[in-house]
Design a protein around this ligand. Structure first.
Ligand SMILES: [Zn+2]
Ligand SMILES: [Zn+2]
Length: 306
């Protein structure tokens, strides 16, 4: 490339300022060779939704493709920078024109940068708007979840109260069950006549923790007293029944005697009746014989006359 224009300048396409190779740190993209002051802010701008690329030729690249440039110089750097600086000296109208054109290009570039940034600002605003909407939605969801949580907690509270009630009811029923079992055991101790020693101990110590002998003995004593009492009552009943039986037996004896007497009397009467009947029969027979004899005699008397 032949540079025949002494005023041709190298500029950075990012900031549109002159590139000063000796006095500035410069960076280049190794893929395309384009040079800039620095690329980090451009990459940062790109990373906002775009692929990283070269600001000039738009080739895709990354931080790994950026290389620092070093220039060797001869002579005074101040002179060089002075010669590169053109601010303030535009004696040649052509040079002035070129400078104007350069500045115009720079303005156009800056405008496009501003436009891009405006677009980006709009996009950011839109995103912010979306974020706000999302936030609103999430706050609503959070509130809903909190309400639900409160409801669930209340429900949990109710359920645990119910559980407590049921537990106390269960304890009460267990106690009642045990009391009934003890009562039943006491009743059995008093009434069951076929209990072995082992059964007696088991029944008397029902529901007593460990070796609570005093209570067991109390129960045994009480049931013994009750048993004695009922034994006494039974004996009294037995005696009363015995007396009743004796009375009944004597009554039976008397009735038997009476019956015997009556039988004897009946026999006597029967004998009397028989004797009387025989007598009557004999008398009847005798009278009949007499009648027959007299009739025969009469017959004979009248027959003799005839
Ligand atoms: Zn620059
Ligand atoms: Zn490039």
């Amino acid at each position: 490339m032949v540079v025949d224009n002494a005023f041709a300048k190298t500029i950075c396409s990012i900031c549109y300022e002159d590139l000063k190779p000796i006095v500035e740190d410069l960076q280049s993209i190794s893929i395309c060779g384009h040079v800039f002051h620095e690329l980090w802010s451009w990459f940062e701008y790109c990373s906002n939704g775009k692929k990283k690329n070269c600001p000039v030729c738009k080739q895709t690249c990354s931080e790994a493709n950026v290389a620092r440039l070093y220039f060797q110089s001869v002579g005074d750097q101040n002179d060089l920078s002075a010669s590169q600086s053109t601010h303030g000296y535009f004696e040649d109208p052509k040079e002035l024109q070129r400078e104007v054109k350069r500045l115009e290009r720079k303005a156009v570039g800056l405008n496009s940068v501003v436009e891009n940034q405006q677009k980006e600002l709009n996009a950011v605003n839109e995103e912010l708007c979306n974020c706000k909407k999302q936030l609103k939605l999430e706050v609503m969801l959070k509130n809903n979840a909190l309400e639900e949580k409160a409801v669930v907690q209340q429900l949990l509270h109710l359920k645990s109260e119910e559980l407590n009630t049921l537990t106390s009811e269960r304890v009460r029923l267990q106690e009642r069950n045990m009391a009934l079992a003890k009562e039943l055991a006491a009743l059995k101790l008093v009434s069951d006549l076929n209990l072995e020693e082992e059964d007696v101990l088991k029944l008397a110590s029902l529901g007593k923790e460990g070796n609570n002998h005093k209570e067991t003995i109390d129960i045994l004593r009480k049931s013994l007293v009750i048993r004695n009492k009922s034994y006494k009552e039974l004996m009294a009943k037995c005696n009363a029944l015995g007396r009743g039986e004796a009375r009944s037996l004597s009554k039976l004896g008397k009735a038997n005697e009476k019956l015997k007497k009556l039988k004897t009397r009946v026999q006597e009467l029967e004998t009397v009746v028989e004797v009387k009947e025989n007598k009557d029969l004999r008398a009847f027979k005798a009278s009949k014989d007499d009648k027959e004899t007299s009739a025969l005699a009469k017959k004979c008397k009248y027959g003799g006359r005839a």
